[in-house]
Ligand binder design. Structure first.
Ligand code: GLU
Length: 291
């Protein structure tokens, strides 16, 4: 039997905070428990916000915490051509469409709808679903707009995608970090509506690159925060559409700030660098997180 494979996949668009430390340590812990391998993946497809400095800081914080990863480390910005192949497959299967509505167009459509007293559906992150007014444009009109340089993003036709499935979608979730039992969770990609699959400036998206890489790297266990729990529904759909293997999942608790909200990269006091500077040791940081 091949060894289980885990990964910690930060985006170098800011400094690591306690929430990231919990994620990396949980991965390390669970991998050790089952004799698994541990990979680091740098998710830097957003080349405007990700920097080599943040990546270097992430690697130094992880080394300071005493977490070792296998080399070489995969950097997503070096593999755009591969993610584009996934997009091409979805295009060939007629599961994506060029969506031309700008943010302003979307806002206007929602305001018009909500003026009638009905609320517009939102995704699990609170963003309004794409109205999809341009989903049924003719091939000719699409071509005309694209040739005219109209900005657009490739969006998944989620209803169409779901209609192609043979069986209901679900995923296997570990019920705790001791990996004794799993439970089968029904996936509900519909709650995300027609998500962006690729943009002109970034020819992929988080969801596409994450499923492509998880499969390519043979990830057997995806261990990450509960903030990505609902994203799993969509990622399971993409795995199915692209014919990719499905890992099992564990979504761990989130570290909350003093205000009871999820930590963000802009909250400097819980940043690992700030804690290091304040004289905390890896042992005290781990103790803060229950390790
Ligand atoms: N890159 C994502 C983040 O930093 C995590 C991706 C994942 O674990 O699936 O939020």
């Amino acid at each position: 039997m091949t060894a289980p494979v885990f990964r910690f996949a930060p985006s170098p668009n800011g400094e690591l905070h306690l929430g990231h430390a919990l994620s990396a340590l949980t991965n390390q812990d669970m991998a050790a428990r089952v004799g698994g391998r541990l990979l680091l993946r740098i998710e830097d497809i957003d080349v405007t916000r990700c920097t080599p400095e943040f990546e270097a800081a992430i690697r130094s914080d992880l080394a300071w915490l005493g977490i070792a990863f296998e080399e070489p480390v995969r950097r997503q910005s070096e593999h755009f051509a591969l993610y584009e192949q996934a997009l091409e497959q979805l295009k060939a299967d007629e599961l994506v469409y060029p969506a031309f509505m700008s943010r302003g167009d979307i806002r206007a459509a929602i305001i018009a709808h909500e003026a009638s007293g009905q609320s517009w559906p939102r995704d699990p992150d609170g963003a309004p679903l794409y109205p999809g007014a341009d989903k049924h444009l003719s091939a000719r009109e699409r071509r005309r707009r694209i040739d005219a340089g109209t900005p657009f993003a490739w969006r998944l036709d989620t209803a169409q995608a779901l209609s192609r499935l043979q069986a209901p979608l679900s995923w296997r979730e570990w019920t705790s970090e001791d990996m004794a039992t799993t439970t089968e969770i029904a996936a509900d990609p519909r709650q995300w509506g027609d998500v962006v699959i690729a943009r002109r400036e970034i020819p992929t998206s988080y969801h596409v690159s994450v499923v492509v890489d998880d499969a390519l790297q043979g990830i057997s266990h995806v261990v990450r925060g509960k903030d990505l729990y609902f994203a799993t529904s969509l990622q399971r759909l993409l795995q199915q559409l692209l014919g990719l293997a499905q890992p099992s999942y564990f979504h761990h608790r989130l570290v909350l700030g003093p205000d009871g909200r999820k930590l963000s990269k802009s909250q400097r006091d819980t940043g690992l660098a700030a804690l290091r500077q304040a004289g905390e040791t890896p042992a005290t940081v781990k103790a803060m997180l229950g390790f």
